[in-house]
Design a binder for this molecule. Structure first.
Ligand SMILES: NC(=O)c1ccc[n+]([C@@H]2O[C@H](COP(=O)([O-])OP(=O)(O)OC[C@H]3O[C@@H](n4cnc5c(N)ncnc54)[C@H](O)[C@@H]3O)[C@@H](O)[C@H]2O)c1
Length: 345
């Protein structure tokens, strides 16, 4: 593939996954690593013979010919860093969630489009074979009209997960169960439902010492009239239980679960359920860096071929609008209209 010159900003846990992806699939040339902790940037730079920096500004000053920037910093910094990169005419792949509110998301998408730069968001689950097959089947009309769907994200996160960095579990830098964890599954369900008109939820912080919610149960009404539900918690004891998406159409239905990589149920006329389950479920799990590599490839291809990436910023917008509405409804204790949904899906 192309030899795009990139800078990686944020050399923490997820930054490491991008580094592993870059080592295994040499699709991009890493020329600069950036972290406010210069030691981390230096350690990350070694294997690539890249130059380490403690700020994106300094890296772009020294490498004005960088084509693209990968942003893998705490979520509350994404707007500032992605905007700085876009305004320097760089293409940007930003970690999920793109940002923590809809106004920032729209602003980034607009800047990218004005500058004709690719803006992609690492919601890599859309690229999973299970999800891709489900979406293709739906888009072929084989599930019929979308009627009802649900997202169940039931994970086990110890307090130590939140204590690992001061930004975790904060409203301004991380977000709660929706922005941090459930956004992946919600993003997928929204591809089936189309625009959401109205949202209502209850949230609670049940087992963790954090500022944000660790548990939320909500309902959504799509513009089409379809109804959806969201159930999410990080308070499951012992170990992760499920990350499940249910899609009910008037001609067929499917369930991805207990992880998004698996098919639990596939009732589609003309398809052999056992065969689909076997084909999808027996493929090697796409854990660790593999999914990040898939997202980087989608990004690199979009930049190289001047196409819209499958993980485009614009297509990631609506999930943020819906999450914002769900959280607002928790505060207001009443249903909230979801703003400007039509143009994004
Ligand atoms: N795609 C996924 O499935 C996935 C999974 C987990 C986390 N994430 C996202 O990845 C992002 C990073 O999470 P993490 O777990 O790697 O966090 P982390 O705390 O392990 O790493 C973040 C790094 O960013 C650095 N940093 C902070 N502010 C910076 C700035 N202004 N400029 C440069 N560097 C800065 C920190 O020093 C740290 O090294 C978050 O947005 C998170 O939601 C995505």
């Amino acid at each position: 593939m192309s030899s795009l010159r990139v800078a990686l900003v944020g050399c923490g846990k997820i930054g490491q996954k991008h580094l592993q992806a870059l080592v295994h699939r040499r699709m991009l040339e890493l020329v600069a690593t950036v972290d406010v902790d210069l030691e981390k940037a230096s350690a990350a730079a070694v294997a690539f013979d890249a130059a380490p920096y403690d700020s994106l500004e300094a890296a772009l000053r020294d490498f004005p010919d960088v084509d693209a920037v990968i942003v893998a910093t705490p979520s509350g910094t994404h707007r500032m860093l992605a905007e700085a990169a876009l305004n320097s005419n760089k293409h940007v792949l930003v970690e999920k969630p793109m940002v923590l509110n809809a106004a920032d998301a729209r602003a980034l998408v607009e800047i990218a489009e004005q500058r004709h730069r690719v803006l992609a968001v690492n919601q890599f689950n859309r690229l999973l074979p299970s999800v891709a097959l489900a979406l293709e089947t739906f888009r072929q009309g084989r599930l019929g009209r979308f009627l009802q769907g649900s997202v169940s994200v039931r994970l086990s996160h110890l307090q130590a997960y939140y204590d690992a960095a001061p930004w975790r579990g904060t409203r301004s830098m991380d977000g709660g169960i929706l922005f941090n964890q459930a956004i992946h599954a919600m993003d997928i369900l929204l591809q089936f439902s189309g625009p959401i008109a109205e949202a209502f939820a209850f949230s609670a912080t049940l087992t963790h010492q954090i500022e944000t919610e660790d548990t939320l149960v909500g309902v959504l009404r799509a513009e089409s009239g379809a109804l959806l539900s969201v159930e999410a918690t990080t308070s499951v004891a012992d170990s992760n239980l499920e990350e499940r998406v249910v899609v009910i159409g008037d001609q067929g239905s499917l369930v991805l679960g207990p992880t998004l990589q698996q098919v639990a149920s596939w009732r589609v006329a003309g398809d052999d359920e056992d065969q689909v389950r076997e084909e999808i479920n027996q493929a090697p799990a796409r854990a660790g860096w593999h999914s990040h590599a898939d997202a980087l490839e989608d990004f690199a291809r979009a930049v190289g071929e001047r196409e819209t990436p499958k993980l485009s910023g614009r297509s990631a917008l609506h999930a943020i609008e819906v999450i914002e509405a769900l959280l607002l409804s928790c505060e207001q204790k009443s249903p909230v209209a979801v703003s400007q949904p039509k143009e994004y899906l």
